[in-house]
Design a protein around this ligand. Structure first.
Ligand SMILES: [Zn+2]
Length: 235
């Protein structure tokens, strides 16, 4: 029997779809997992309304949810994510889910897991209604629980290389160097096969495909208690 280590660092990531974790911040998750950080991922939906059904298509609306769940589990293995939860909200419907019950579910997880870091989407900059809705509920849950953890918003590509365009400054942004974890990120992209099959670059020889990734992933600080001293680490 292994006794849980009181000092184990923990991340709780609350996202909307299977693939958000890999496509947006897979390098960072792989990096922290490799350092022994325990990662719990929530996918609010099973991504069952995705338009991509494989290439050539081999899935349909009936078979897509189970396929996407399986792919997400494989991606979690690639990245080192240990715990996975689904909220079983219908894809594209998160914004219509009862907000109070969503906040209550995220709050319960925060209390249960007692993470050091909470990751979610920015409620305005999330780029998709499901992303914004899960981000808004998670931000509200984090505030309501008054939990000690640091809250960060995941961001797309290198948009936060220019935070001033979005009304933020460099001090609001954490930049994680993920260059050593791009192979794990690529493996996670490939695990999400029905979504990435149509993207030819993903299936190029590794050295070619890896060139598509940036060496950094960017996170926006979500609460004022977040430490300022080091803009290269989430903890
Ligand atoms: Zn998504």
């Amino acid at each position: 029997m292994t006794i849980p280590d009181q000092n184990t660092r923990k991340i709780l990531a609350v996202f909307a779809h299977p693939d958000d974790e890999s496509f947006i911040c897979g390098g960072t998750l792989a990096k922290y997992a490799s350092q022994g950080v325990e990662i719990t991922l929530v996918s609010a939906t099973r991504g069952e309304m995705g338009r991509r059904m494989g290439n050539p298509p081999y899935l349909n609306r009936e078979s897509l949810p189970a396929a996407r769940e399986l792919e997400l589990r494989q991606a979690c293995t690639c990245l080192g994510i240990e715990q996975l939860h689904f909220f079983d909200i219908r894809d594209k419907m998160v914004e219509f889910a009862d907000e109070e019950s969503l906040i209550a579910r995220v709050s319960a997880l925060i209390r249960d897991i007692d993470p050091d870091v909470v990751l979610t989407f920015h409620e305005r900059l999330g780029g998709h209604p499901d992303h914004c809705a899960i981000g808004k509920a998670t931000t509200a849950a984090h505030k309501r629980t008054g939990h000690r953890s640091h809250l960060y918003f995941i961001t797309f590509g290198d948009m936060m290389n220019h935070p001033e365009r979005f009304g933020y400054t460099r001090k609001d942004v954490i930049r994680i160097d993920v260059h050593a974890f791009l192979e794990a990120k690529l493996a996670a992209f490939r695990a999400h096969r029905c979504q990435t099959e149509i993207d030819e670059w993903v299936w190029l020889p590794d050295q070619e495909a890896l060139k598509r990734f940036g060496n950094y992933e960017y996170f926006l600080k979500g609460n004022t208690g977040t430490p300022n001293r080091d803009l290269q680490d989430l903890f």
